[in-house]
Design a protein around this ligand. Structure first.
Ligand code: GAL
Length: 705
């Protein structure tokens, strides 16, 4: 009991009046009530169209059923036509028309397109690419995230927008920048050079420590001061760069983009209403970005174009539907980051960029993608864009919701309209008390993810046959075919929520993670480690131990060495009486007592040695799969065995069938080119579609209360 309760209360009041609490962060349910399921919207660029068409367009957007639109991410030159002179009249007008038509607005910060007056006055804000070329003005994403000058201008325009629209509740939420990624390019500008040196100094403290961790004694790379360090640019070496410098540069670049976004987020958060949320639209696949670094955004969204001319999909018509893992893996990665997520750009028709070819999507595919996104638990989906652009931007072939006449809906546009209608039907069936069926919960599978591993392997892949994301996809697709709900998680997550945990090619780790894995398995979890895991410590150094010595005790085996085979002369592996061929990667393993061999090499001079093993540990199991094959069939069977031995019942869906569950609704989709019959529970109440699915078909059902 306090002796001075009244005094303490007064003191608290006084402190609160001096330091008022920051805007309280609303919970997910405040921004996106679960009963609304998934809101659907569309990008509109008022600045691209004659003023007299805005009224018609926004009215039609509303008539099609879209509940929100998206303004301004490339409009800096219109918002601030001259330095310090702002023009928001056009935006005010567009906002008013949107509101009149009950269309809410996502307002964007226009930072991917700094205006010409800015890049001419300060050319030093432009990024420099790996060839040493300063990027020209005239496209987008050309400014350096590291430039202090650019950041000052960014802060000004973001502040201005926050003051202007931060308490205008016609603005629903905010998007920072657009696809922050530099589209995979790295920045070698002087600003990036300077910040990299500072970053290294903060990380290592002394140059001696940097020399030690970077192993600069190798090839006389030793530095005396941080000022001597150059960003390692593989284009400027005749032989490989220092791997530790490369990894640090990737980590640094991810920190730079995260900090660039955080500057904007914190300005907005200080100035806008707590009722408005903040997000950015990450790309699902572009280095150097790591969305976990911005987990404090109110919502995490991503962009996706499942058919862009590179995908073969499943079966003859697969190229018109895309690969099921495109949306599947992105859902699994982005939704769990903070549990509030969306898709900010989901394709509506052919894209503009040069794939190998840019086919029409199969009728129904856009609708299927929307339901796939829905199954990922997202609160909103938006599509790029309402009207096909008539000019500019190299995007004339990006199909919109309506065609170049501005009024005729495209096939994809009509599929959006259809899903909006179907979503309204589902909303009427929403049950706040619905729980994930026990059978599904029992299969929950987590994939442990850290971009460090991918970055490290990218630089020393060891074989051109290796593809980290492709490796993960084999396990992801296997889990999908088992009907398992999959989440990507990071090391901070409580692993015990997931009966199965897969750490694919988790190359960099420390003893602490090994201990956490051990505790997870002892507590009843089923841990699956795959080849390349644990080869190095966090600095990218090999262990001063036997090969992957750090894992020996946990996996109950010794990894003797690894082999790689020519694709036209693959090796053979036996599992029971089945044989599989492999070539990408093979760990040659010797099991210790108590460890079971699951798969063994059937040829080569090490025939008889193990390729995959498993052991019991406490209440759970540890499985090590040391092999990477081209078709992933072996990996799938080995993963099935993990579930089987754990007593977890799984499905056996054919390739292309995707299932999911959210908010009481079960979803099944067919990305394959054949008819598929989905076995529904006897008392399932079918709400949309039917159980016989044509290619791109969808069925949604719920269970009676
Ligand atoms: C997206 C981008 C949009 C637009 C679109 C074209 O990746 O964010 O701004 O360029 O592609 O299809």
């Amino acid at each position: 009991m306090s002796r001075y309760p009244v005094f303490k209360g007064l003191l608290l009041l006084l402190l609160l009046s001096i330091f008022p609490p920051a805007h309280g962060q609303p919970k997910k349910t405040d921004y996106f009530p679960a009963k609304n399921l998934m809101e659907i919207g569309v990008y509109y660029y008022p600045e691209h169209w004659p003023r007299e068409q805005w009224e018609r367009d926004l009215k039609n957007i509303s008539k099609l059923g879209f509940s929100f639109t998206h303004f301004g991410e490339f409009a800096w030159a219109l918002m601030e036509p001259e330095e310090g002179k702002y023009d928001f009249a056009w935006l005010d007008e567009a906002l008013a028309i949107a509101a009149k038509n009950n269309v809410r607005v996502i307002m964007c910060t226009p930072t991917p397109t700094p205006p010409l007056w800015l890049t001419q006055k300060h050319p030093e804000i432009l990024m420099v690419d790996e060839n040493g070329r300063q990027i020209q003005h005239g496209s987008r994403s050309h400014a350096s995230w590291s430039s202090a000058v650019y950041r000052q201008y960014v802060e000004k325009i973001v502040n201005k927008l926050a003051q202007k629209y931060g308490n205008d509740l016609r603005v629903w939420g905010w998007q920072l920048d657009n696809e922050p990624s530099h589209y995979g390019a790295y920045d070698y500008s002087p600003a990036a050079q300077a910040n990299f040196r500072k970053w290294l100094q903060t990380k290592y403290g002394t140059i001696d420590e940097l020399n030690r961790i970077w192993g600069t004694v190798f090839w006389s790379q030793k530095y005396q001061t941080f000022d001597q360090i150059q960003i390692p640019n593989p284009k400027q070496f005749v032989q490989p760069a220092n791997p530790h410098a490369m990894l640090d540069f990737k980590r640094f670049s991810a920190d730079e983009v995260a900090a660039f976004l955080e500057v904007q987020r914190s300005i907005l958060r200080k100035n806008i209403s707590p009722k408005q949320w903040i997000t950015t639209n990450f790309m699902a696949s572009h280095a150097p970005v790591d969305p976990w670094r911005n987990a404090n955004l109110d919502m995490i969204t991503y962009t996706t174009y499942p058919v862009s001319g590179y995908e073969s999909g499943v079966g003859k018509q697969g190229f018109r539907m895309g690969n099921p893992q495109t949306i599947g893996m992105a859902n699994a990665l982005f939704h769990p980051i903070n549990g509030v997520s969306g898709v900010m750009e989901l394709q509506v028709g052919q894209v503009n960029w040069g794939g190998l070819y840019n086919p029409q999507q199969l009728p129904g595919a856009v609708r299927m993608w929307l339901w796939h996104v829905f199954a990922g638990g997202h609160s909103l989906t938006c599509t790029y864009r309402y009207r096909q652009a008539r000019f500019g931007g190299g995007e004339q072939y990006a199909i919109g919701v309506v065609g170049p006449d501005g009024v005729t809906p495209t096939r994809g546009g009509l599929e959006y309209q259809q899903v909006i209608g179907e979503m309204n039907k589902l909303k009427a069936q929403y049950d706040p008390k619905a729980q994930m069926p026990a059978q599904l919960a029992a299969r929950k599978t987590a994939f442990l993810w850290s971009p460090d591993n991918e970055w490290e392997i990218q630089f020393q892949p060891q074989t051109q046959q290796w593809d980290t994301r492709g490796h993960i996809a084999k396990y992801f697709n296997a889990a999908t075919s088992f009907g398992a709900p999959v989440s990507y998680i990071n090391e901070q997550t409580d692993f015990s929520q997931y009966p199965v945990l897969v750490a694919p090619a988790y190359e960099l780790l420390d003893q602490k993670l090994v201990e956490k894995w051990k505790a997870y398995a002892e507590g009843g979890g089923h841990l699956v480690l795959t080849c390349r895991t644990g080869q190095k410590d966090r600095n990218g150094h090999l262990w001063e131990a036997k090969w992957v010595g750090v894992l020996q005790e946990l996996i109950g085996a010794e990894i003797l060495y690894f082999d790689l085979m020519p694709p036209d002369n693959p090796g053979t592996i036996k599992v029971g009486d089945q044989t599989y061929s492999w070539n990408n990667w093979g760990d040659i393993i010797e099991a210790k007592n108590g460890t079971t061999v699951l798969a063994a090499y059937a040829d080569q001079y090490y025939a008889g040695k193990a390729a995959a093993i498993t052991r019991k540990l406490g209440k759970g199991t540890v499985t090590y799969i040391g092999i990477d094959t081209d078709d992933g069939k072996l990996e799938k069977e080995l993963l099935r065995g993990v579930f089987g031995r754990a007593g977890i019942a799984v499905e056996d869906y054919p390739a292309g069938v995707v299932t999911g569950w959210r908010d009481g609704f079960s979803v099944a989709l067919n990305y394959s080119s054949d008819m598929q019959e989905i076995k529904l529970p006897d008392n399932a109440q079918v709400l949309i579609g039917e159980k016989t699915l044509p290619p791109a078909g969808v069925v949604i059902w719920k269970m009676p209360k």
